[in-house]
Design a protein around this ligand. Structure first.
Ligand SMILES: NC(=O)c1ccc[n+]([C@@H]2O[C@H](COP(=O)([O-])OP(=O)(O)OC[C@H]3O[C@@H](n4cnc5c(N)ncnc54)[C@H](OP(=O)(O)O)[C@@H]3O)[C@@H](O)[C@H]2O)c1
Length: 274
């Protein structure tokens, strides 16, 4: 499995996204993904599926140390004591003694970032997480976070796919040694109807979705596609037996726009997920 290295973390280039996967379906998909070769699973306390993700991990029979497990703390729990409690609760649900990566899920303007990062770094030093990072952080927030954190921040997990230009925040995060983990990398299924991706895919014997994912991993961007269908687990994983030419990379790169965002959300303290 190819990995991206960042501040000592080795993050497998493909992971399974699990947002919206619940119950038996979630446990089965995680188990099956690991059997197929996935070695990276992305969850969050907000997804309400950490228990099932843990079940899937154990059912797969793959050794714990071979799988990279990420979870995330919801912003309503960013006050230091709550953050610590929240990290411990996630471990209890996952039935793990530590996660590989613990992220701040969305910025929370209501709680000083210095306090939240202090608590996140402490959780790492206490051995609850091997690595820590952020998600949905802008260029300005990445700079601020790096200055405030006493431990390295190894990634910024953000929305990235062929239809969205994220070049500025990608460059800012990489300048600070952070890996980019792309969420919604198949644009919630939108890749499959794109004509350019379909044409390029035809030339390589690949689907449009595979081309869009390959375009990301070929730039060392980690992808965490989600699917609820076992057959698509294999499709989304088969990205390393072909290569896009420079011309193909450029043509696909031209599909992006500044307003191609799918996830239109900002944490405002709303009780929606509390
Ligand atoms: N940090 C954050 O704030 C944040 C935000 C959003 C997501 N995430 C993480 O990123 C993961 C992925 O993002 P996402 O779930 O938003 O979107 P995504 O992975 O881009 O898209 C998932 C959707 O695309 C479909 N799909 C998957 N593979 C496909 C393929 N090969 N061909 C056609 N359709 C395909 C799936 O349908 P089927 O189920 O029918 O296959 C599903 O409806 C999440 O699950 C979560 O772990 C993080």
């Amino acid at each position: 499995m190819q990995v991206v290295e960042a501040h000592g973390a080795r993050i497998p280039l493909i992971g399974l996204g699990t947002w919206d996967l619940r119950g038996r379906t979630c446990a089965r998909l995680v188990e099956q993904a690991l059997r197929l070769g996935y070695r990276h699973v992305d969850t969050a306390e907000m997804y309400d599926n950490e228990r099932e993700v843990g079940e899937g991990l154990r059912a797969s029979g793959i050794k714990r140390e071979e799988v990279f497990v990420t979870t995330k703390i919801w912003p309503s729990h960013f006050a230091p004591r709550e953050l610590e409690r929240s990290a411990k609760d996630s471990l209890v649900r996952l039935r793990l003694s530590e996660v590989d990566l613990l992220l701040l899920h969305w910025p929370n303007p209501q709680i000083p970032l210095s306090e939240t990062l202090g608590a996140l770094c402490k959780v790492k030093r206490d051995g609850l997480a091997r690595h820590i990072g952020v998600s949905n952080f802008t260029v300005v927030l990445v700079e601020e976070a790096v200055k405030l954190a006493s431990e390295p921040l190894v990634c910024n997990q953000i929305e990235v796919h062929v239809f969205l230009d994220q070049s500025k925040v990608i460059a800012a995060s990489r300048k600070r040694g952070m890996a980019i983990v792309a969420y919604s990398p198949v644009a919630r299924g939108g890749l499959k109807s794109d004509k350019v991706l379909a044409r390029v895919g035809k030339a390589h014997g690949k689907s449009a979705a595979q081309v869009g994912l390959r375009w990301l991993v070929q730039q060392d961007i980690v992808v965490i596609p989600r699917t609820s269908r076992i057959e698509r687990l294999e499709e989304n994983f088969a990205l390393f037996d072909f290569e896009l030419s420079d011309a193909e990379m450029a043509e696909i790169g031209a599909l992006a726009s500044r307003d191609g965002r799918i996830v239109d959300y900002a944490y405002s303290g709303s009780p929606e997920w509390d």
